[in-house]
Design a protein around this ligand. Structure first.
Ligand SMILES: [Zn+2]
Ligand SMILES: [Zn+2]
Length: 295
């Protein structure tokens, strides 16, 4: 299995629009592990389309509990269970993840109980272990190391960038964050930095077409980064490739890949990928050079 990153859902925020992209979720395949990072709506479909057997689900990380990152966590595990999942799944998330999972199982109690009796399935509640993490090392297992950095995403205080390392390769996810310089040290020399991004010219139109414009704009400016700022982090960190993800806006017909590229090129000269749903980024350096270069 080649090491690769698959961007399953590439838009920021929970809204869906006809034919548009899906909220946040990614698949990282590294060192023989298939790791799901965030579970926004559409993650299950995205994994299936990426060729992943849901029965093999084993490791899930959640950066924070905003719905565009966690809404489909329960439905993903439940769908894997009905597909024949019978092996343990480890879920790592911020404080509150256990509460979400316990209440999800309660909400689905009728279906869970009936399938255990009727279909002879193992108890889904015994298959899943939830680990709530804080800043620092989160996991070290079979050569895979995962660490977390608390980022600034007010009013959410438990929001964590994640760094995955295996066999000398490393991939860092910024999570949702305002421009946060300590991320550069955290992402130092990573093969891939997946950073969230907004495009200034699109924010005004986005705010104009939603109901609570002024408050939305306030939240976006206080809690998210512009593409140019993602480029500064990538440059300061000296990463090998920057992937712009969690795009806001992601579904504005007036904004295309070239606009994102123009913005980030002011601050980042290295390898660049603008995320879209289903896009694969190879992790081995030779293949990355021949891969889906977008700029
Ligand atoms: Zn988000
Ligand atoms: Zn968020």
């Amino acid at each position: 299995m080649p090491d690769r990153l698959v961007l399953l859902g590439s838009k920021g925020g929970p809204a869906l629009r006809p034919g548009g992209p899906w909220p946040s979720s990614s698949l990282l395949q590294i060192g023989g592990r298939s790791i799901v990072v965030d579970c926004g709506l559409g993650v299950t479909r995205g994994l299936v389309d990426a060729g992943i057997s849901l029965k093999a689900l084993d490791l899930i990380f959640i950066t924070h509990l905003h719905s565009d990152h966690v809404l489909e966590l329960g439905p993903l595990i439940h769908t894997a269970w009905t597909a024949g999942l019978a092996t343990p799944v480890g879920v790592f998330g911020p404080p509150g993840t256990s509460h979400y999972w316990r209440r999800f199982c309660q909400a689905m109690e009728f279906d869970i109980e009936i399938r255990i009796v009727d279909e002879g399935r193992p108890d889904i509640r015994d298959l899943v272990s939830i680990s709530e993490f804080d800043e620092g090392q989160v996991l070290e297992q079979g050569g895979l190391t995962v660490s977390a950095l608390r980022v600034e995403h007010p009013p959410v205080t438990d929001c964590f960038a994640l760094r995955f390392e295996h066999g000398g390769k490393s991939v860092v996810f910024s999570a949702d964050t305002v421009f946060y310089p300590p991320l550069a040290e955290f992402a130092r020399s990573a093969d891939i930095l997946v950073h969230e991004a907004m495009l200034e010219e699109g924010i005004e139109r986005l705010v104009a077409r939603t109901g609570n414009g002024a408050r939305l704009k306030g939240h976006l400016l206080a809690s998210h980064s512009f593409a140019e700022e993602a480029g500064i982090i990538a440059s300061d960190a000296g990463v090998k490739r920057l992937v712009l993800n969690h795009l806001i806006p992601a579904d504005d017909a007036k904004i295309g890949e070239a606009d994102w590229t123009d913005a980030v090129r002011k601050t980042w000269a290295g390898d660049l990928t603008i995320a879209r749903d289903g896009l694969v980024v190879e992790l081995s350096s030779e293949k990355a050079a021949q891969g889906e270069e977008t700029a």
